[in-house]
Design a protein around this ligand. Structure first.
Ligand SMILES: [Zn+2]
Ligand SMILES: [Zn+2]
Length: 344
């Protein structure tokens, strides 16, 4: 089968479309899936550029949907022909503090698909049954490929903070994760604005089209706007999804006393902000990484109930052969979500 691989972690910018053997079931609990759609994530771009660890040689891709083509003897949650998505933590120890407390993405032994072990930019992959989820009938396989980032957004909004109806939530960074966080927060009943800069113009327009008010912080004074919208108080929650170091102090400026900042984007380097505000203003800063089983079920339910718009977030679709063009768009702010169809 064809697979898009990072062949050498020391060579920057080099991926390779290779012919590799089709994977087979590894044990009684494994599920073989024919990949239908797989999304390019910011992490894939970082791996391409040598800015993110990977266990090369490895097939990239950790956001996908597909159809079950084979199952181990003890698999009971899915059958051949089912349309499915799967969580990313393919290998875990299964019996450490984190694995036993529903935080298996923190397991020291975790190897995720797409960089730790072979991922979804290939025609087939094999997963363990406990992390495979069935896709509700009214969700397309293209939309379902965005279940992973949607589950990230659910984890940020529901587990790492608790967005309540009527909360004023400011999401910084209008990329796919930011826009999904904004949509999930809105689905939970919050008042939401999403913040970008000049280069995000088309993304802010897309946000507007799917019902989220966008703000260009290079054209509008964000702290003033937040004050106006909150009667001088500040917002209840900031979700930081841009990964820009300088934004942390902005988040501190706009969050109300007793409010929460959720860091979702990965920041390089050390941000500067007034640490004393954590005590003086009782501000909580928390981080969000990944998802867990229930986040995936909630993400699928939100999609199925049409509470979030995934369809309009898919901007470009390619076969694996056109990977260079696909990664070029995914590396820019031009599109939103770029999908591969590895079977084509
Ligand atoms: Zn990702
Ligand atoms: Zn573990």
């Amino acid at each position: 089968m064809k697979a898009l691989m990072k062949t050498d972690k020391n060579i920057h910018g080099q991926l390779c479309l290779r012919e590799v053997p089709e994977p087979s079931l590894t044990d009684d609990h494994s599920v073989k899936i024919k990949v239908h759609s797989a999304g390019i994530c910011g992490t894939d771009v970082k791996i391409l550029n040598g800015e993110h660890w990977c266990n090369a040689p490895v097939i990239l891709g950790h956001e996908f949907s597909g159809v079950v083509t084979d199952i181990g003897d003890k698999v009971i949650n899915v059958k051949i022909g089912d349309r499915v998505v799967a969580e990313t933590g393919k290998q875990i120890c299964g019996n450490c503090f984190y694995c036993n407390t529903n935080k298996s993405l923190m397991c020291d032994q975790r190897l995720s698909i797409g960089y730790g072990v072979d991922g979804a930019f290939a025609e087939y992959l094999v997963m363990r049954d406990t992390i495979v989820h069935k896709i509700p009938e009214n969700i397309s396989l293209e939309e379902a490929a965005l279940c992973e980032p949607t589950a990230n957004a659910v984890h940020a909004c529901c587990d790492r903070t608790s967005v309540k109806p009527g909360d004023f939530v400011v999401v910084i960074g209008p990329g796919p994760i930011g826009l999904l966080c904004a949509q999930v927060a809105k689905a939970l009943g919050a008042q939401v604005i999403i913040v970008g800069i000049d280069q995000d113009t088309s993304r802010l327009e897309l946000a507007k089209r799917i019902g989220i008010d966008g703000v260009n912080s290079q054209k509008q004074d964000l702290p003033e706007l937040v004050k106006t919208l909150s009667e001088g108080k500040g917002c209840d929650i900031v979700i930081e999804a841009s990964g820009a170091k300088s934004v942390v102090s902005t988040a501190m400026d706009i969050v109300r006393k007793g409010g929460t900042i959720v860091q979702v984007g990965l920041i390089d380097g050390k941000p500067e902000f007034d640490y004393s505000w954590l005590a003086l203003r009782e501000i909580t800063i928390t981080g969000s990484f990944g998802h867990n089983w229930i986040c995936w079920e909630r993400a699928l339910k939100l999609m199925s109930l049409n509470r979030i718009n995934i369809k309009d977030m898919i901007s470009d679709q390619f076969s694996l052969a056109d990977w260079e063009k696909a990664f070029e768009i995914a590396s820019s702010s031009r599109g939103m979500k770029v999908l591969f169809h590895p079977g084509k």
